[in-house]
Design a protein around this ligand. Structure first.
Ligand code: ADP
Ligand code: MG
Length: 294
């Protein structure tokens, strides 16, 4: 249970080491199945951290643990210096992150704009409707959707547009940290590259910290500052791709030095170039509000 007493520590993150997420000794199990054991991870302020690992290695469970949705069997987790284990964090700290879940998880009976407005209404119940509409439009445009998509329902959107709508909702409360669970899964390569570039642009503009789970080697090469590898129930390595490739771990070698890894390395630069159009500077200013009222 979150207690009022915790509120006084909400800004207690350690700025001196710039660690936004700190996971120590994490253990997760489902019945007999041990998913994580002795898992440690640090995510640094302002970085794009890629999280990779085979299917079922517990990437989504790790993310859900960090944001307090999955009660671990053991371990300590802090986000912005606050304990999130079992959802113990305060609403104030929860407001500082945004999440794009693996399936997009939009409310199907709500329009895109209404989806984006959900978290805003939750935290600012007295906000007036016009301001709410304006904020939603900024987020939608900043996420690379045309403004007229605001009134569309999730079923009327392509996969790529749904991801962008989910991103717009994740950005609704001006978070400092975003969690993205396989955001480019199911997108065509051009759409995926555009989404990657959008994430990088938003990070550069807003100074976001990004925790991104991905299967997409192109994403790792194009935008991730560091990559954490989940294997053997823990984070077996974390570093730049260059650092990881130098390691002797069989899964890491197979992953980065297999044929798909090489192809991704080759296409990384080209993909980045092609996706530069993801967000125009004019669109980007909408998010920071620097053009507001102009
Ligand atoms: N709520 C749950 N109940 C039981 N088992 C679960 C639950 N969530 C995840 N698991 C199991 O935990 C393991 C890791 O799942 P997950 O984190 O979704 O993997 P991935 O790395 O593919 O995201 C899988 O074996 C999955 O079946
Ligand atoms: Mg998953």
């Amino acid at each position: 249970m979150a207690t009022r007493a915790q509120h006084h520590v909400r800004h207690a993150e350690a700025p001196e080491d710039g660690v936004v997420i700190r996971v120590r000794g994490l253990e997760n199990r489902f019945g007999e199945q041990v998913v994580h054991q002795d898992l440690d991870l640090d995510v640094k302020r302002g970085e794009i951290l890629g999280v990779v690992g085979g299917s079922g290695t517990g990437k989504s469970v790790l993310m859900r643990s960090i944001i307090g949705l999955q009660q671990p069997a053991a371990g300590a987790i802090e986000v912005f210096g606050e304990n999130t284990v079992g959802g113990e964090e305060s609403a104030d700290v929860r407001k500082r992150w945004g999440v794009l879940f693996q399936n997009g998880a939009l409310f199907s009976t709500l329009s895109v704009a209404e989806n984006v407005q959900v978290p805003i209404r939750e935290y600012y119940p007295k906000i007036d409707d016009q301001l709410l509409d304006e904020i939603a439009t900024y987020k939608i445009v900043a996420s690379g959707l045309p403004p007229e998509s605001s009134s569309k329902y999730p079923s009327e959107l392509s996969g790529g547009m749904r991801k962008r709508a989910g991103l717009a909702r994740a950005l609704a409360l001006d978070p400092e940290l975003i969690f993205l669970d396989e955001p480019t899964a199911g997108l065509d390569p051009i759409g995926a590259a555009a989404f990657d570039n959008l994430i990088k642009t938003l990070r550069d503009l807003l100074g976001l910290t990004v925790f991104i789970i991905t299967h997409d080697l192109d994403t790792l090469y194009a935008i991730c500052d560091r990559v954490a590898v989940l294997a053997d129930k823990k984070v077996v390595a974390v570093g730049t791709i260059e650092e990881l490739v130098a390691l002797d771990h069989p899964w890491i070698q197979e992953y980065f030095n297999g044929p798909r890894g090489r192809a991704a390395e080759d296409s990384a630069e080209r993909a980045e170039e092609e996706s530069k159009r993801a967000l125009s500077p004019q669109e980007a200013t909408k998010l920071t509000g620097s053009d507001e009222g102009a």
